[in-house]
Design a protein around this ligand. Structure first.
Ligand code: PLP
Length: 393
């Protein structure tokens, strides 16, 4: 029997860069001392106080079907948080609770695009973006943000392909680059969206990991609230990746239809997880800062080590949990560099090419091991790059 093109073609052709991750895991499982700087997951687990709240909720009987768009108290808490942080009045009717940010990205594209519609996104991108667009039957169109622009996308490049498209997906603070989009960039993007009647799908799952400058949610810009879906998640802000809990925020009249979608996919998020998320949000910004603190410390380590060399260049380390390094001085691709680094130094990183064309010749280093181990791995990585650059001369 055949399966549909829609799902057999979710993943594009060619290497997805996850080969390095899988190979590194296999080596580690076989007992080799691999330092894994690959996936964006904290090196700490979900805090026991959140787990205790989850257990209490389950014991209290919140194990049945839960309200599909989310329990009212959680929708209200998310809406309050968005109002507080963005200043845009937001109510529970603007919010649907989802199975992580990923499920919200899927719902947003389902809401924005019909079969065959063009959906724009910025390259470098988070690995699932093109597949998420294909999964709803739309056609992904990548717009390159260039290293020489500090990976800030140019509004003119978006405008050049915007006519007739339905949506534009952006991500700030950005994975994989760690860049935060400036007000100027976001105002340019907002204008293109308004001029071309595009939905803006704004992935803000790293909004608590801002190390320099400020995060601006584009929903706050004039005329944008009615055409923006904001994607949030407790994965990165609260180290709750395995709980699969996040949200989509959009115009109130979109939440009902998206709830219909949720009814026919997840049928809601477990009540005890939602109660735990509600408790986690009640811990406030100090708790969120404590979850992000290790990445802020390791960013400082990165900056200190990188300042002492001139082999690799780096994107502004303004946010998120990644250091994006330009290794073109070695004359290697990101793929070749990552493969050799794993073989020769037992350090696993992601090749830039796995995040699109614009990140070719780069590697993404996830700052997800203990500080001293991170510093040691980064120093070894730079020595390795220096050796490769010398043989390239
Ligand atoms: N968006 C970005 C930019 C990400 O980096 C990730 C995960 O790494 C996600 C969305 C999805 O995260 P989750 O579904 O765990 O919320």
């Amino acid at each position: 029997m055949n399966i549909s093109h829609r799902i057999s073609e979710i993943i594009g052709t060619g290497s997805d860069g996850w080969d390095h991750f899988r190979r590194a895991r296999a080596m580690k499982n076989a007992g080799q001392p691999v330092v894994e700087l690959t996936i964006g997951e904290h090196d700490t687990r979900t805090d026991p106080v959140i787990l205790a709240a989850m257990y209490e909720a389950a014991k209290a009987g919140h194990t049945g079907y839960a309200s599909i768009p989310g329990i009212p108290a959680l929708r209200a808490a998310i809406a309050e948080r968005i109002t507080r942080e963005s200043g845009v009045p937001t109510g529970p009717d603007n919010v649907m609770v989802t199975a992580g940010g990923q499920s919200a990205l899927f719902a947003a594209h389902h809401a924005a695009c019909d079969e065959g519609d063009r959906a724009l996104f910025i390259d470098p991108y988070y690995a699932t973006y093109p597949g998420t667009i294909r999964a709803v039957g739309a056609v992904p169109v990548a717009i390159l943000a260039h290293a020489e622009d500090g990976f800030q996308p140019r509004a003119a490049d978006i405008a050049a392909v915007a006519a007739g498209a339905k949506s534009l997906m952006i991500n700030t603070p950005n994975n994989p680059t760690g860049v935060i989009y400036s007000r100027n960039t976001l105002e340019g993007i907002a204008k293109v969206c308004k001029d071309n009647n595009l939905w803006l799908i704004s992935d803000e799952v790293y909004d608590t990991q801002v190390w320099a400058g400020a995060h601006l949610s584009p929903r706050t810009l004039p005329g944008m609230a009615e055409r923006t879906f904001t994607i949030g998640s407790m994965s990165k802000s609260h180290a709750m990746t395995g709980c699969r809990i996040g949200w989509i925020c959009g115009p109130a009249d979109t939440i009902g239809p998206m709830t219909d979608l949720a009814t026919h996919t997840n049928y809601g998020i477990p009540g005890f997880i939602q109660d735990a998320a509600l408790f986690a949000l009640s811990l406030g910004p100090d708790f969120e800062r404590s979850i992000g603190a290790p990445f802020n410390r390791r960013r400082a380590i990165s900056l200190e080590i990188l300042a002492q060399q001139n082999v690799v260049r780096y994107a502004p380390l303004d946010g998120a949990m990644y250091t994006m390094l330009d290794i073109r001085a070695t004359a290697m691709t990101g793929e070749a560099f990552a493969a050799a680094l794993l073989d020769e130094e037992m350090i696993a990183v992601m090749p830039g090419e796995s995040f699109g064309q614009a990140a070719g010749g780069h590697i993404r280093v996830a700052m997800t091991v203990a500080d001293e181990q991170y510093a040691d791995a980064l120093r070894r990585l730079i020595d390795f790059a220096a050796r490769k650059a010398r043989t390239a001369d």
